[in-house]
Design a protein around this ligand. Sequence first.
Ligand code: DCP
Ligand code: MG
Length: 371
Amino acid sequence: AEATTPTPVATVSQYACQRQTTTENNNKIFTDAFEVLAESYEFNEMEGPCLAFRRAASVLKSLPWAVQCLGATEDLPCLGEHSKAVMEEILQYGRSFEVEKILSDERYQTLKLFTSVFGVGPKTGEKWYRRGLRSFSDILAEPSIHLNRMQQSGFLHYGDISRAVSKAEAQALGNIIDEAVHVITTDAILALTGGFRRGKEFGHDVDFIVTTPELGKEGHLLTSLIDQLEQQGILLFCEHQTSTFDMSKLPSHRFEAMDHFAKCFLILRLENSQVVGGLHDAEEGGRSWRAVRVDLVSPPIDRYAFALLGWTGSRQFERDLRRFARMERRMLLDNHALFDKTKKEFLAATTEKDIFAHLGLEYIEPWQRNA
Ligand code: DCP
Ligand code: MG
C-alpha cells in the first residue's frame, strides 16, 4: 500500500455557532437515537443529560461524513461515555437497546402523545399522566379537566396540525400574509424565519417576523393583521401577546424564557388551491383546505436583526450562540439585544452579520444553522 500523508482535519468546535450544519444529516441513525434519549431525560426533568445528548446530536449533524467506527469520533467534542456507548451499540447491532426500551415505555409514549397537542407542554402532560390518563379519549372524557382555549384548538385541529407543513404550503402562507400586511402598510417588512429560512423541506409550523420601518408603528401592525385575517375568514385560532419589551433591561440569562416582543400564535386555514402542486391533498377526506400553525413576531425595527437571528434557530444554534457570547466574550445575547459586560454597553446591529461580527464569529448562513 502506498504511504499516505494524513490530511490535517480541522477541529470541530464545541459551539454550534462555530460549525456549519446543513439539512443534510449523515449520521441520522445516531442523532435520532440521541434525540429520543434527550427527550426522555427532558420528561424526567434531568436537564444536564438532556442537554448533553442534544449537544452530542448537534455535533454529529455537522459532520460531512458518516461515522463508521467509534475511533472516528476520538477528536470530536461533546461526546461522553454514554453517547459513545449508544453509538457503539448502533454500530454493532444497527440499533440501541436502551433507546428501544424508552420507545416502548408507557410513560414516554404517553408524554410524547400528550405534548404533541398544541398548548400542552411537559408539565401539563406529566400532570395528566400522574392522574392515570393515557389517551386523548381519557382526557376528553375526564370532566374535571379544564382545557384552555389553545388546547381546545389543539385537539380540534389535531389531525391537520400534527401533519408536517411543506415548503410549498409555507410559501403559500407567506403570500397570504404578505398581501394582508401590505393592505395595512405599504412599507411593511415581512420575513420568513424558523426552519423554513434554514432551508428545511418540512416544519411543524411557519414562523414570520412582521414590522415597519417606522419605530413604534409595529404595535398596531399585528392587531390590524389579525383583523385582516379574521375578515378573510381564515383565522381558526389566535393568541395575541402584546409587547412587554423594555429596552433598559439586560439580555436574559435564561435561554428558554420567551422574548418580550408582540407576537401571536395562530392556526390558519389554508386552501389547497393556494398551494403550488397542492391539489393531490384535496382528495384526502374530500377537504379543500387544511389547518396550519403560524407564529408571527413583531419586534421594533431597531431590534430586527436580533429578532431575526433569534427566530431563525435552530434551538441548539441559539443556545450555543448565547453560551459562546457568555463564556468566550463576556457578552449577553438574547432575541432583543447584545450587551458587552466588559464595556458595560449595548452593541447595536442592523443585520445578522453585525451581530456575528460583534461576537468575533465567522458569519454562518441561515441554511448552515441546522445544528
Ligand atoms: N423561538 C424563540 N422563542 C420561542 C419560540 C421559538 O426564540 N418562544 C425561536 C427558536 C427557534 C425558532 O424561533 O429556533 C423557531 O421555532 P420553532 O419551534 O418553530 O422551530 P423551527 O422552526 O426551527 O422548527 P419546526 O420545523 O419544528 O417549526
Ligand atoms: Mg417553525
